[in-house]
Design a protein around this ligand. Structure first.
Ligand code: NAD
Length: 500
């Protein structure tokens, strides 16, 4: 069985740690390779390489850096199908969905090509007699990224294109469940002309991550993953003086008002709940119909649609399935456990995905789509993130009750409201304690030139990812006040605060 190592200083490097983890093809259940779990020393070596590369990379002109990213974007376009197949083979998602993920990552690389415009800083002349003031937005140094399994291409690309464009060097620590795509991205960056050592990949687990959180040469850490780990990353990285943005888990609600176009809402809900087998941080996992009649109609339509849900391998000859398998057997068992927990705590299991007959499933990690009704806050299937193809209907008697249900939840990543009433939509946008809100849009993921991030326990740290916040995160502001001899001479020494 081959062992996937690291990518350091522009080349693949075998790990000597002696520790590995299996990577599976979720569609067949077979182990496809082993990934190295790097030692602390190997991780420190990557930090040394990135630190050394910073001296020259930070001095490359912004436009030259941007041109390398432009070439990288072109290579992503040329290799989109290959990357999508790689993603599907290790994650399980269907090919078209994987290709969509590549596109959304590529869009951040595209945005990063314009970073020179956003890194210009500010200037004021004559702030005092003969004094000009301006800001520099300088790169930080070595930055690290730690990513989750569910977007092995897009989430790393939320981070490194902007970090690199701003003049930083980077160490990527991908998920050990699907590590091959970030390795391929490293090769494409090299092909685009990125100097060796500027982008490195260290595969591993907590041992590698802890070096990135504590080594004083690492200046900033971007993390995306589950909330308990996000909290740990934020606390540990911050305690070691690093800038940290740590995006965590989610439980996203879609409120369906009585006046909503129900067919449109149901279509949107099916994709948002079951697309990518529910393994999306912006997946809708709770539908909140307002009023009993809305709830009954919604439920009937969802049952009808679930009957048509097509499930199968991510890569097929012919049209794609709607959803593929879950990422690992362990995760499959965990999601099944949540379905059972919902039954045990009294929710009504309307459609049981565990009973789905999936043609050609073999030993793959497949599970059908499940639907619960009469879920209430307090039940664990409402409190906790399931991260699988399980949708809960939690009925609300009024708009205010729906808003309360969303706002009382510990997570605040994404939410949506479906309605024809502009006033209700506006009220929702104003009152809701969630970072990303969709109005008749089920998965309101901001475009690359806006920033992505949740509220409450879905994000630790002040800055969101990519867009303007991405540039702020990967740069440090320095303000210069300068005066040049101009014939203006101070007559006396001044010991008070200057107040020009
Ligand atoms: P995870 O938290 O298990 O792993 C994320 C990363 O952290 C991986 O690289 C992993 O190797 C590392 N890690 C795991 N345990 C660690 C530990 N004890 N110490 C240090 N590092 C550790 O998350 P996952 O299961 O890979 O991904 C799914 C989660 O990610 C879900 O909760 C999902 O909501 C979340 N997610 C959030 C967003 C967002 O934007 N908020 C986006 C995508 C995924």
């Amino acid at each position: 069985m081959s062992i996937l190592g690291n990518y350091i200083h522009g080349q693949p490097v075998a790990s000597q740690s002696g520790r590995t983890a299996p990577v599976y093809n979720p569609a067949t259940g077979e182990e496809s390779l082993q990934v190295a779990l790097s030692s602390a020393d190997e991780t420190r070596e990557a930090v040394r390489v990135a630190d050394e590369a910073f001296a020259s990379w930070s001095k490359v002109t912004p436009l030259k850096r941007a041109r390398i990213l432009f070439k990288f974007k072109e290579l992503l376009e040329a290799h989109a199908d290959e990357l999508a197949r790689l993603i599907s083979r290790e994650h399980g998602k269907v090919f078209s969905d994987a290709k969509g993920e590549v596109t959304r990552g590529l869009e951040v690389a595209e945005f990063a090509c314009g970073v020179p415009h956003l890194q210009k800083g500010e200037h004021s002349s004559n702030v005092g007699t003969g004094v000009d003031s301006y800001t520099l937005m300088q790169p930080l140094g070595v930055c690290a990224g730690i990513s989750p399994f569910n977007f092995p291409a897009m989430v790393p690309m939320w981070m490194f294109p902007i970090a690199l464009a701003c003049g930083n060097t980077f160490i990527m620590k991908p998920s050990e469940k699907d590590p091959s795509t970030p390795m391929r991205l490293a090769e494409l960056l090299k092909e685009a002309g990125l100097p060796d050592g500027v982008f490195n990949v260290v595969n591993g687990d907590k041992e590698a991550v802890d070096v990135l959180l504590t080594d004083e040469r690492v200046q900033a850490v971007s993390f995306v993953g589950s909330t308990p780990i996000a909290e740990y990353i934020y606390a540990t990285g911050s305690a070691h003086g690093k800038r940290v943005q740590a995006l965590g888990g989610a439980k996203n609600h879609m409120v369906i008002m009585p006046d909503a176009d129900l067919d449109q809402a149901v279509g949107a809900l099916m994709g948002a709940a079951y697309g990518s087998a529910g393994e999306r941080c912006m997946a809708i996992s709770v539908a909140v119909p307002v009023g009993e009649e809305t709830a009954n109609r919604l439920r009937d339509k969802l049952v009808e649609e679930l009957d048509k849900l097509s499930i199968g391998p991510g890569i097929v000859d012919g049209p794609d399935h709607d959803m593929g398998p879950l990422v690992t057997r362990e995760h499959l068992e965990k999601v099944k456990g949540y379905v059972q927990a919902g039954v045990d705590e009294g929710a009504e299991l309307v459609v049981d995905g565990r009973e789905a007959v999936i043609e050609g499933a073999g030993d793959g990690f497949f599970l059908g789509g499940s639907l619960f009704d009469h879920v209430t806050p307090g039940m664990c299937i409402h409190r906790e993130e399931i991260f699988g193809p399980v949708l809960a209907i939690a009925r609300a008697a009024s708009f205010d009750e729906a808003v309360r249900m969303v706002n009382d939840h510990e997570y605040g990543n994404g939410t949506a409201i479906f309605t024809r009433d502009g006033d209700a939509a506006r009220q929702y946008c104003e009152q809701i304690q969630v970072g990303m809100v969709g109005v008749n849009v089920p998965i309101p993921v901001p475009m690359a030139f806006h920033s992505f991030g949740g509220w409450k326990r879905s994000l630790f740290g002040p800055l969101h990812m990519h867009g303007p916040d991405g540039v702020r995160f990967y740069t440090r502001m320095k303000t210069i006040s300068q005066r040049w001899p101009s014939g203006i001479r101070e007559e006396t020494n001044h010991f008070t605060m200057p107040t020009h």
